[in-house]
Design a protein. Structure first.
Length: 194
């Protein structure tokens, strides 16, 4: 079964039934989250890839198979966002993290050229508090040489707590795609669409 769009939610009332298993994807605006989602599910246009980030404050649910979902959380860290929208983000994301029993793991997209910033660290702390396993995708790894990418990955891995892993990732040259897909399958069971 190909992955398909299920629903968008602006609050907890719009979430689909909390059964089965799902993983969530989150990251800074423009960090390559939508591109990663498309690559992971093997479709080019499931999640929109945007050059003007920061607008959507919706949680998008995609179905990957019977009772298995991928959840696209709104991005954070877009500079020109009013305080009101930041609060919306915290409320919506908080309602999601604090209610979803079917949530099995979190992918965090981090642009390899920027590295882990404060808001990424806050997200990792939040996940730690919920005992939620995390895989960090160091995205756009094609922008660095192989050696520079390996160095960045090693440096990041040194500081990670238990339950957090990291991989190089590129939606452009497919670096890391197989590993991420395996992790997703381990979290939610079944096999991903090709
Ligand atoms: N070179 C390169 N560019 C990428 C990659 N992934 C995303 N991008 C570009 O980064 C920008 C933001 O990507 P997008 O997936 O929309 O990020 P999002 O805002 O986090 O969902 C777009 O211009 C993408 O084409 C990648 O793996 N390699
Ligand atoms: Mg996006």
């Amino acid at each position: 079964m190909p992955a398909r769009f299920l629903t968008s939610a602006a609050d907890a009332k719009g979430f689909p039934e909390d059964s089965g298993a799902e993983l969530a994807v989150v990251g800074r605006s423009n960090s390559g989250k939508s591109s990663a989602i498309n690559r992971i599910v093997g479709q080019t246009k499931l999640a929109r890839v945007s050059k003007t980030p920061g607008r959507t404050q919706l949680i998008n649910f995609f179905e990957l198979g019977e009772g298995r979902r991928l959840v696209d959380l709104p991005g954070y860290g877009f500079a020109r966002v009013p305080e009101e929208q930041r609060q919306d983000w915290r409320r919506l994301t908080g309602e999601y993290f604090e209610s979803r029993r079917s949530l099995k793991g979190l992918l965090v997209t981090v642009d390899i050229r920027r590295g882990l910033l404060d808001l990424d660290q806050a997200m990792l702390d939040w996940a730690a508090g919920l005992a939620l396993p995390v895989m960090i995708l160091l995205t756009k790894s094609d922008k660095l040489s192989r050696a520079a990418g390996a160095t960045a990955l090693q440096a990041l891995r040194r500081d990670l707590r238990d339950g957090v892993t990291a991989e190089l990732f590129s939606a452009l040259d497919d670096t890391g795609v197989d590993r991420v897909r395996s992790q997703v399958e381990a979290w939610i069971g079944g096999s991903l669409p090709k």
